[in-house]
Design a protein around this ligand. Sequence first.
Ligand code: ADP
Ligand code: MG
Length: 973
Amino acid sequence: MGELEADTWRIADGTEQIARSRALHCRRRGDHVHRLSSGYGASCSQELIGRADELNMIWSFVGEVRAGGATLVLSGEPGMGKTVMLDAAAAASCATGLGVLRAVGAEFETNLSFSSLNQLLSPLRSEMAGLPAEYQDALRVALGFGTGPRPDQLIISNATVALFERAALMHPLLVIIDDLQWLDRVSAAVLVFAARRGVARLGFLWAIRSGRDTTIECGGLPTHVLRPISDDAAVALLESRFPILAPQVRQRLIVEAEGNPLALVELPTALSRPQLEAIEALPDTLPLSARLQALFEGRIKCLPSRTRRVLLLAALSGAGELQVLQALLGETRLLDDLAAAERDRLIFVDDVRQRVSFRHPLIRSCVVELATGGERSQAHLALARVLLNQPDRHAWHLAEASVEPDEWVAQLLDQVAHRMLSRGDVTGAVTAFTRAASLSRIPANRARRVAEAAYRGAHSGELETVSQLLAVARQADPGFTGSLRDASAAAFLILSDRGDVFTAHQLLVAAVRSHPNPCDAEDNSLIEALHTLFMICVFAGVAELWQPFHDAVSGLAPHAPADLMLRHAVCADPARVTTSALAHLDCLVADLRRETDLIKIIRTSHCARFVDRLNLCREPLWRIVRDPAASGIIKANALRDLCLDDFSAGQWEDAERLADEGIKLTGGQDPRPLISHFRYVLALLAAVRGDEDVNRALCNELTSWAAPRRALGIQRCSLHARALAAIGRGHYEDAFRLAAAVSPPGEFASHISDALFICLDLVEAAVRTNRRKEAHAHVAAMRQERIAALSPRLALLVAGSAALVAPDHVAGEHFEKALALRGTDRWPFDRARVQLAYGEHLRRNGAASGSRAHLSEALGVFQRLGARPWANRAGNELRATGQLRVNHHSPQAGALTPQEQTIAALAASGMSNKQIAERLYLSHRTVENHLHRVFPKLGITSRAGLRDALTPDRTNSTSPHVPSPKSSCRTDQ
Ligand SMILES: Nc1ncnc2c1ncn2[C@@H]1O[C@H](COP(=O)(O)OP(=O)(O)O)[C@@H](O)[C@H]1O
Ligand SMILES: [Mg+2]
């Protein structure tokens, strides 16, 4: 760690870096005035007038940072004094020994990923050496200090937090960002992540222009809006700065400045002395912003032409690095050229950070606006030339320099867009594709790029933009409608919005077939179209629709990309997946730990889902969910797989939370197929918890969306959830009908991905309804397809199914084998179902005492999970073995209906049947009947045993007075 002095970072290599460019001290003067002495560039001092409250706020904010950490966003109109407030905070920090890191957003470089983070973290470069290697590498690449594969956004965010933590360990630290609205999106995302996360002894103080359309989302962070200063303060300000002002001129200026300090400071400078003294009339009024603009214009126009040219270059370069400007000007003396602007206080040269900074962003905008189109193009072109070693900046400057279409520049921007995609910046990529399209000379290329933007937009959920873009694409090239990007985006729209899967499929297949080179494995648009076609096949769930997909993938040369190949080899027919395809998938899954391409993670995990390997993808999926830069839709995809896995693993509360979160994320512009998966998980949860109404409502929703769209794949999800609920209710006839509609007994059809996971339900329902032939046929099919070899969970389901159909004299052996399988603890619900079936088998066959251990264990698991119908079944079975009291941990009340629980509780409190009947508006006879059923369920024979039988349960379930099916069985998790 470098040594910190008052306002200076000293870094280990001995170079002194003043991190904050303005060091200021404040002191009070009357009610309105606070004096600041500036320590940057040209020495200047100024008074902060009318901001006593805000300054107090700043001081206490700095105190909070020292004490533990704090965040504050200042928002306000241009000129309202945000920057000087940041200066005041920097001064207060330095005065009290806090380190300060500063960065400022640059209006003309918002498209450059990580430029602001680079600015901010450079002074901590020597600190990075102390971080774990993974973090060091990530930061090195992201900040441009080194090369390597694009680091994952979440790793960068975590690395940044770690770096801050490390620095703050030695000294409390304040991170000041000015003009946040112009920060590049990814830097902003990293910093917002850090601020939300919070770091001990670290403060974030940011300024952002109000009323601007900014993509930077800092909602939820504490914000203070800087309002105009009062008229009294305005008088004080004018008096202190312009003592010669005539009272009537001062009054007029106060009205016109509307409490904006910048206007108060700058408007008088445009007036002549006779005007200031009211000897001459003042000019006509203009709107405030135009007046300020006009004011700077006058001053800029007076500068020598060389100075204006350098200012233009500095403004357009964004960062204003002296080194870049010097490279542009060759031998001439840069500082000499800048001197006139510096003297007029339009800019200052920051010697420490080696940059030219504008005194106010309005001056920068004004410099750019005053230049002609030709001058601006020339400047961008010149900048592009010296920024050859920074490909993104190079491409953007070339794009800005191009006044007419230029295919070569369009192609460079295409590459920028792909680089952005590879680091998960989808919104940035859409901007780059759109700009590339506008620069395309060839209509087909232009249309392709617009469609690419539309396609990416569709993936990130921006469906409105997608339809507009598609219209533009068609306009650009009327013959374009058959192209792949267009068709992919349209197919996406059809699915998400109004059409049916068959139409989407038809459209896309036609586009793939009419593609000029349908075998080119390196044609990105073809590959993406095939991924979309794959999704459509999954939703459709019909065997015939898969054929064109298989044909297209098999025909690709030299060879299909790995993720597409896997979808072809694994997902279409998971029951018959080959060993080599599985081995390949396992390799890719193992590699996900290092994978930074979010789309690749989603695609691999999607394949893993088909063959029951989601549990191995959790870490990368969580990385996506936590990645502040990942789009909502990508996150929702990750959440879908995580919550499906949580459901299988018995983590039901987590599954529910993630499903809710996923629905929220996709809400508003929901691509419905994705939302359907969350509803599916919620419907499964309702089934296992015995929430019948919820299950029914969710399944209806699923069907009512899927049926008109002929999305059989989604309809099967609904059937599966219904079948499970029917088993819970003990309605095995219904269960069989529903399960068989998903997966006909005796086969594992190639296009039915749910067939694997419904196999035990189908067999159990068949056995219970005396369909032994069907049950046997299905177990035989499992064996033939070697389903058990796919995963430990499937091995358990297969072994459990085999035990259910086995003749009584060997069934025990089969059950024992199933329960002895290794690695099945991760699926407690499935395992407990097999154990319950074993217990039932033993009791039926006269081994009551042998069955108890299995039944109790199953009961405990069901109760822990909150699988009420199954807990009831296990509890009843256990009592039927003659075990009158079920174990301490099992809430017997869980075996009672809500009404029985209430009646039992009232009876236990000492009330008579008559009193209970009156209380509950029931007949005396009904109460009697209920209690009659309650006693055996609780394993007691008289009223006297009620209290004891109910008491232990109170720790395990909610009060019997308040039946709450959702929570009653989940309290001991
Ligand atoms: N309270 C104040 N008293 C005196 N001068 C001020 C005050 N607030 C702002 N200024 C001056 O007004 C100008 C604009 O302030 P600045 O902080 O750059 O505004 P913003 O960042 O909100 O656009 C600067 O010259 C600054 O010195
Ligand atoms: Mg400012």
